[in-house]
Design a protein around this ligand. Structure first.
Ligand SMILES: [Ca+2]
Ligand SMILES: [Ca+2]
Length: 306
């Protein structure tokens, strides 16, 4: 693999004080809502382990690095002690991909911590980029660089440009379960004052524009069965989570909190969504259990349609 470098050392595991807190909302499409982290610093960008037992997340604690917490609650455990953001757990559970230094370096690290490995060479300029996501077979990682979307094949280090358009700035988020698309938020300016959810094809053809709404639509992630995509809508001061059928149509709102709700990610079993919310006072990691049947009915997705 070219461009490999070792840039930092993990020093050890640290614990923070926290405990589970469950608040049944009984509203909308939420069956339950659980707060998993309780630190005054900002916790965001959760990603589930493939067995659904852990959630790794970015935190501003200790200068900005990765922590993980049991999906059932408990103390948060520090995973990295160096600049690391936007974690994505590999499908086999052994690795976590992340970016560092303002999205300019893409690395992978053992999910137990340790020494990271840079996987994209410095020849790819990726300021404000990365946001890695794994292919379902774990052999490829898609990432963003300078408004373009790339894919790297890990066994060969071969780089493939997936999306590049001088008129648009794209940020990759998640592979479709059928392997045909990468979700991205795409806007016409780097500040992303009005971006929308696009599906970037991996096998040729034109991108699918899933939302065309005022304000920012971003952070799109597929449900494990591929039928739905959850995303964040940022309009005014409110960031809320919405769900839309992967084939388009009217979205439905799945949060009812008038504050910060962002970075949604489906659990591997497709029943829950981890996200960051400030409803507890400052941004922490929360998990909502969804009424999937009611949600699919509202979105016009029928049980046997996929
Ligand atoms: Ca928009
Ligand atoms: Ca917090």
């Amino acid at each position: 693999m070219s461009g490999r470098s070792i840039s930092a050392v993990m020093l050890g595991m640290m614990l923070s004080v926290s405990g589970p807190h469950t608040d049944c909302q009984g509203q909308g499409f939420q069956k339950s809502l659980t707060q998993l982290t309780f630190d005054p610093e900002v916790d965001y960008y959760p990603s589930w382990s493939p067995d659904g037992t852990w959630i790794v997340f970015s935190s501003s604690r200790d200068g900005g690095n990765l922590w993980k917490v049991s999906a059932d609650g408990g103390p948060a455990v520090q995973v990295t002690d160096f600049s690391s953001n936007h974690p994505s757990w590999s499908p086999d559970g052994s690795l976590i991909a992340f970016d560092s230094d303002g999205g300019s370096v893409l690395q992978i690290v053992s999910s137990d911590g340790g020494i990271p490995i840079r996987i994209v060479p410095e020849t790819i300029v990726m300021s404000r980029g990365a946001h890695p996501c794994w292919s379902l077979d774990g052999t490829k990682v898609a990432f963003s660089a300078e408004g373009d979307v790339w894919m790297i094949d890990l066994p060969t280090a071969e780089l493939t440009l997936i999306f590049q358009d001088d008129g648009y700035y794209a940020r990759a988020f998640c592979w479709s379960p059928d392997g045909r698309y990468i979700t991205a938020d795409v806007g016409t300016d780097v500040e992303k004052s009005d971006d929308d959810v696009w599906l970037l094809p991996l096998e040729g053809g034109e991108p699918v524009i899933l939302t065309q709404l005022p304000g920012r639509e971003g952070n799109p992630k597929y449900s494990p069965d591929g039928s739905m995509i959850v995303y964040m809508s940022h309009f005014g001061e409110i960031r809320s989570l919405w769900m839309i059928s992967a084939t388009g149509g009217d979205p439905v709102r799945i949060t009812n909190h008038e504050g910060f709700n962002a970075n949604p990610r489906f659990s591997p079993d497709g029943t829950r969504i981890a996200f960051s919310s400030d409803r507890g006072g400052n941004p922490d990691i929360w998990v909502m259990e969804l009424d999937i049947e009611a949600l699919k009915k509202a979105l016009g997705i029928y049980p046997d349609s996929r």
